[in-house]
Design a protein around this ligand. Structure first.
Ligand code: TYD
Length: 229
């Protein structure tokens, strides 16, 4: 399929890139966005959590402060609240206008991260239905890398578990609260990401995220041509 034809087929469609930290999702979103724009597509980029003034404030609550005291349910609800705003303010209007929406992370991330933190993934999906209504991705890419690769790419050391009541999570201000969780937590996140095709309500493609970004970009295009043929 030509890139022009692909851009036409993707009009009014919603594509998500997800995976553990450092998997290269933003890079792949940008590469795809640039290709589709060159082919005449009208592309909207967004990031979840955040992407709106209200969503960015919620994102700061989630990522800037000590999460040790926050319950797993509270975490899931806050991510969903930020997302509900993003959907209402950005994603739904863009899709209605026939634009192509490319987004970093979505309900898939809450399944994996807040699932790893102790939530039942079916509850997360039910909560997702409440937060976003019918606005689920047409396709979600999970870029898979190992946790070792993730830590190497994001310049992290495996950290000891945070003590209850501890007020400062990081010794490194560039590491956010979620990233500061121990290796074992990120192993669980990866495991749930790999199981997403089994329980997520809309299609998920798992791609190997370890190779050359341009080769992964070709995998992304092939998968899109296949799903939207
Ligand atoms: P993100 O803003 O995507 O940061 P990065 O670009 O560094 O991946 O996400 C920040 C962290 O929040 C990341 O560790 C994943 C986590 N997260 C959740 O725990 N639940 C969610 O629903 C989302 C969207 C992200």
């Amino acid at each position: 399929m030509t890139h022009e034809k692909l851009a036409k087929k993707l009009a009014g469609r919603f594509i998500v890139f997800d995976g553990i930290d450092g998997c290269g999702k933003s890079r792949q979103r940008e590469l795809l966005g640039a290709l589709l724009e060159r082919a005449g597509g009208d592309v909207v980029h967004c990031r979840d959590p955040g992407g709106t003034v209200i969503g960015d404030r919620i994102r700061h609550v989630l990522l800037d402060f000590d999460l040790a005291a926050m319950s797993a349910r509270c975490e899931a609800l806050l991510f969903m609240a930020s997302r509900a705003q993003l959907v209402g303010e950005v994603i739904e209007p863009a899709l209605r206008a026939g634009r192509i929406v490319l987004c970093d992370r979505y309900i898939s991330a809450t399944c994996a991260y807040q699932g790893a933190a102790g939530n039942d993934v079916d509850d997360v999906i039910a909560l997702g239905r409440l937060a976003v209504g019918k606005t689920w991705p047409d396709l979600t890419f999970v870029l898979d890398i190992t946790v070792e690769e993730s830590f190497a790419r994001t310049n992290r050391q495996a950290r000891p578990k945070v003590r209850p009541g501890q007020t400062h999570m990081f010794s490194d201000a560039r590491t956010d609260a979620m990233e500061a969780r121990p290796k074992r937590f990120h192993e669980k996140v990866r495991k749930i990401m790999l199981r997403l095709p089994e329980f997520y309500p809309t299609p998920v493609r798992i791609l190997d995220g370890t190779g050359d970004p341009d080769a992964i970009h070709q995998d992304v295009i092939r998968a899109l041509e296949d799903v939207f043929s």
